[in-house]
Design a protein around this ligand. Structure first.
Ligand code: CP
Length: 312
């Protein structure tokens, strides 16, 4: 069954049924990417442009690998080396790319809502690869996939998101995805980094990291996004690491096993020490592997709608 949507703009907009369809399809693609021949011909007739207006390592490479493993034609666009630097608008840039018979756009953009704007004005399928501080839907999908893979379920699993909630698109997309799939969700961090609206999303708030870790089954640990902070939210990174950093000693004090996730990039020694990031508690690199399978599933299911002429 294809997805009930033409675009993947955010987790807020997609149904629980569509999320499960993506997760189940990703199981099949994870098997494909672990074969000696990691390629299938499913998207031979589809052309995809990866349009990145912001830096990325994992998401950009993961999408490109997913596209190539589905046999799509792929073009990559980086804003800094494009005519955007000469003053071209977002809509003109995208319309020029689409005039070259591109079917799908994967876009990362610093402005919240940029993919939603595009989806209104262009005819291609748009996939949000991160829009400012708003949403990062494929990151949330790969996070819930990784939790489901580890525990065999999402329902009732207690997940705390630790760190800079205020500036994090990963936090918001994770909250939407986890709540839709029946997890219990909490956030933890300095109150200056937790938005006031957070309780309206049905999540608990922990101010103390040890209490949060004692409560949870999974801690999804976020980077402090200094580049997005207009005013200083805490005195120093050293102080943040002292009060909110997760180290081996803290984990050992819990007397229970919790799972550590991190979307990357990690700032080692700030939100996580290396002896936690590289420990048996951490599934950070499994998340990255699962990201390719999730993105293959998203691309494959959205392309089905193009191939059968839905949403024309
Ligand atoms: N997790 C994530 O979005 O990483 P990148 O910024 O490297 O893509």
């Amino acid at each position: 069954m294809p997805l009930s949507t033409k675009h993947l703009l955010g987790i807020k907009e997609i149904s629980e049924q569509d999320i499960w369809q993506i997760l189940e399809t990703a199981v099949r693609f994870k098997e494909v990417i672990n074969r000696p021949i990691k390629k299938v011909p499913s998207l031979r007739d589809i052309t995809i442009a990866n349009v990145f207006f912001e830096n990325s390592t994992r998401t950009r490479i993961s999408f490109e690998l997913a596209e190539r493993r589905l046999s799509a034609d792929v073009v990559n666009f980086t804003a800094s080396s494009s005519s955007v630097a000469k003053g071209e608008t977002l809509l003109d840039t995208i319309n020029n790319i689409l005039a070259m018979k591109v079917d799908m756009i994967v876009m990362r953009h610093p402005s919240p809502g940029a993919p939603h704007f595009l989806a209104k004005y262009v005819n291609a399928s748009i996939i949000n690869a991160g829009d400012g501080t708003h949403e990062h839907p494929t990151q949330a999908l790969l996070d819930v996939y990784s939790i489901q893979e580890y525990f065999g379920r999402i329902q009732g699993i207690k997940v705390v998101i630790v760190g800079d909630i205020m500036h994090s698109r990963v936090a918001l997309s994770n909250i939407f995805a986890l709540k839709k799939l029946g997890a219990e969700v909490a956030v933890c961090g300095p109150l200056s980094l937790i938005p006031r609206y957070i309780s309206t999303l049905g999540v608990h708030v922990f101010e103390h990291v040890q209490q949060a870790l004692l409560w949870c089954d999974v801690a999804n640990v976020l980077r402090i996004q200094l580049e997005r902070q207009k005013v200083k939210a805490f005195p120093s990174l050293r102080e943040y690491a002292l009060y909110y950093g997760i180290n081996k000693e803290l984990l050992s004090s819990l007397n229970k096993r919790i799972l550590i996730l991190h979307p990357g990039p990690i700032n080692r020694g700030i939100e996580l020490t290396s002896d936690v990031a590289d420990s048996e508690h951490s599934i950070i690199l499994q998340q990255v592997e699962n990201g390719v399978a999730i993105r293959m599933a998203v691309l494959y299911l959205l392309a089905e709608n193009i191939q059968i002429g839905n949403f024309q």
